[in-house]
Write a protein that binds this ligand. Structure first.
Ligand SMILES: Cc1ncc(COP(=O)(O)O)c(C=O)c1O
Length: 470
């Protein structure tokens, strides 16, 4: 059969097509189980996509964490693991890569991001101190609270509006921050917690102008500024694309300049840094480093391995360099955008502008008839799995957890279902299948009912909570 109007996707969008800057050398077969089997698997998992077996999933968009494909160079690096208990040569490679690309002076490896969050929170927060941040991240805020800190959100208001087209919805509202500092006094502020691309806001970036002014404000009051660098490379892409003066600046230079305004950073290397496991903490203050280097021995392992094998450190050092390639970042964000633009063109409600690592479906607008206490975003994740074996995750009321002061749910303005795209893993054909599944679930939205929570764990409940259909 001939096509009436044969056009590539690029031609349909009125541009030349582009392709990923890599080719596939090894494949992992995928399998789709039947709809009846998916219905059974979903009920057994308590309608929580975190409790599904990965063998029962067809396209896995649960997370971009630790799910990237490593390159041939990274795999070759794994064979160069120096598994000495102390002073592994791979640690020094990692230290060099970090100093070179992120620019911090001192480095502590950790097993993953939350290991680093734990150490920095324990070292820097005194009980009863405040931690203002640009929205929150689940594990970050929990470690801040467990260390006795009180988190407060100082992101700009636009971040809470899924339709706002503000180009830097991750920015800190400096007025809100200054009001907290003045109200509490600078000595009651543990540090400002800044994330590069804000995950919970839809992968939204922070501008260079904002971090520059933030640095000046922190200096005025003598407050420290630490960065969650987990997706800072992706943040740099948006600065290059949207901020005046950066169009010709390489990603690596943007990352380095941005980090230069901060006192240190923690990292889940499972994202930007293209490894399946790993994290790090890096600071400029030698005294703080001494303390972190001491703490890491208690919780993670010696300061030259931090809970990782030498081979993991090597893969991370190579991954850091690869992650800074402009071609890589452009293709990575280009793929996310491809999916997002299809959905927007079909008028399916998603967070705008399209962010760096994921498409966030706006479950409030998707299911206006399901009240927030009936978990609309969790429901949407369940329906997507049922329709096409696609695994996504909830980023709404279940993820937000409970207010430790009142015991009631936090009621976040954003009630989102996240389709997270692993780096270098899926093709455009997979994105087409995903888009069509979202459309099918959207078309059936009026017949869909919400969920009730029937089991709630104490910490980070979204990982293990169980639900039933209403
Ligand atoms: C922004 C952000 N910070 C921190 C973390 C925690 O990192 P990890 O999952 O490696 O412990 C994650 C990922 O879950 C994240 O997305």
């Amino acid at each position: 059969m001939s096509h009436p109007n044969p056009q590539t996707m690029g031609q349909q969008f009125g541009r030349r097509s582009w392709a990923e800057p890599w080719k596939i050398k090894m494949v992992e077969p995928l399998r789709m189980i039947s709809r009846d089997e998916r219905a059974r698997a979903l009920a057994e998992a308590g309608y929580n996509t975190f409790l599904l077996r990965s063998d029962d999933v067809y396209i896995d968009l649960l997370t971009d964490s630790g799910t990237s494909a490593m390159s041939d160079r990274q795999w070759a690096g794994m064979l160069l693991g120096d598994e000495a208990y102390a002073g592994s040569r791979n640690f020094y490679h990692l230290e060099e890569a970090l100093q070179h690309y992120y620019g911090y002076r001192f480095v502590v490896p950790t097993h993953q991001g939350r290991g680093a969050e734990h150490l920095i929170s324990q070292a820097v927060i005194k009980r009863g101190q405040w931690v203002p941040g640009n929205m929150y991240f689940t594990t970050t805020r929990l470690h801040q609270e467990l260390a006795g800190g009180i988190f407060t959100d100082v992101i700009i208001d636009e971040a809470h509006d899924s339709t706002s087209m503000h180009p830097f919805k991750g920015n800190i509202d400096l007025g809100k921050l200054e009001a907290v500092i003045k109200r509490e006094g600078p000595e009651k502020i543990a540090y400002v917690s800044l994330a590069g691309t804000v995950n919970m806001a839809g992968g939204q970036p922070v501008s260079m102008a904002n971090v520059r002014e933030l640095r000046a404000l922190c200096d005025r009051y003598g407050v420290r500024l630490f960065l969650d660098a987990t997706r800072m490379v992706e943040n740099a892409f948006f600065i290059q694309e949207r901020e005046a003066g950066y169009a010709n600046t390489p990603i690596a230079a943007i990352v380095k300049e941005f980090c230069g305004y901060t006192d240190g950073a923690w990292m889940s290397a499972k994202k930007d840094n293209l490894v399946n496991i790993g994290g790090w903490l890096a600071v400029n203050d030698e005294q703080l480093f001494e303390e972190l280097r001491n703490l890491v021995v208690v919780y993670e392992g010696l300061h030259t391995y931090g809970g990782l094998a030498g081979r993991d450190l090597e893969a991370m050092a190579i991954g850091i360099a690869e992650s800074m390639s402009d071609d890589h970042v452009r293709a990575r964000i280009g793929q996310v955008r491809y999916l997002g633009e299809l959905l927007s063109d079909w008028e399916i409600p998603i967070v705008q502008p399209i962010g760096g690592h994921a498409i966030f479906l706006d479950a409030r607008r998707f299911y206006p008839h399901i009240p927030q206490v009936q978990f609309p975003a969790q429901t949407l994740a369940a329906e997507l799995y049922l329709d096409a074996g696609i695994r996504s995750m909830e980023r709404g009321i279940a993820s937000a957890g409970r207010d430790p002061a009142t015991g009631d749910h936090y009621y976040p303005k954003l009630e989102l279902t996240r389709l997270t795209i692993p780096r270098r893993v899926y093709t455009q054909a997979h994105m087409d299948v995903v888009a069509e599944a979202v459309k099918a679930v959207y078309d059936a939205r009026e017949q869909t009912h919400g969920l009730r929570m029937v089991y709630e764990p104490k910490y980070l409940r979204f990982f293990q909570a169980r639900f039933e259909r209403i």
